[in-house]
Design a protein around this ligand. Sequence first.
Ligand code: MG
Length: 250
Amino acid sequence: MKIKVLTALLLVAVTAAFAQQERPEMKPEMTEIWDPEVTVITPGEKPTDAPSDAIILFNGTDIESEWTNGDGGKPGWIVEDGCVTVKKGEGVIKTKRVFEDCQLHIEWRSPAEVAGESQGRGNSGVFLQGIYEVQVLDNYNNRTYRNGQAGSVYKQHPPLVNACKAPGEWQTYDIIYTAPRFNKDGTYFTPPKITVLHNGVLVQNNVEVRGPTVYIGVPEYAVEKHGPGSLVLQDHGNPVSFRNIWIREL
Ligand code: MG
C-alpha cells in the first residue's frame, strides 16, 4: 500500500512540476521509477506450489499449528494421506491467524463415492474473513441453484462457468480477496471483492460482495465494521478433503 501511495505521489509531483514549466522536453528516464526496488521472491516450481513469501497453512500433515476448531480447541477433522477431511459434526476449522487482503491457494476433493444431490453432495466452503463464503460443492453432473454451486460467492454471484472435475479428483481454488473498507458508521466504504480461479479457470472476476453470507434472506449491505478474520472451512456434513493450503497477505 505504501509503495502505491509513494508511486502516486511521485507521479503527481512530476505532473505538477511539468505543469508549471513551459513544455520541457520529456525524456524516457523522467517517468522511470527505480526505488524502492520491487521485492524479490522465489516462485514455486509449479503454479500450485507456494512461493517463498507465502504462509503455509496446511502442508498435508500438521493441522494443529495453524488451525483450531470453531471454539479455539484442537481441530477434530481427520488428517491422513496428505490431506485433512471434514469429520461430520465436528464443525468448522479456522485459522489461528487472521487475514484481510490476500491471495489464497487451496485444493479440495469431493468424495469419489457419490452420495446425495444438489447442495447435499460434496458441500463445504471457504469463508474469507470468516463470513464471506466461496462455495465448495460437487457440481459434476449435479444441478443446483446457479448462485450456490461450486465457485459461487454463495447466494450472491454464480460462477462464470462450471469448471468442476469429477468426484474424487483434486481441484484447485486460487482466490484473490480484497477486504472491505468501512465508513465511520460501519457501512462499507468499499465492499469486499473476490476473484476466483477454479482449476485455473476464471469463475469470479473481482465481484463485489453485498454482505456476509446468509442462507436465508438477502445479505445486508450495511454490516457492522469488522477487522481481519480467520479463514474458515465449513463442515456441511460431507467428507470433503483439503490439501496444499497457502496464503499471501497483500
Ligand atoms: Mg458450503
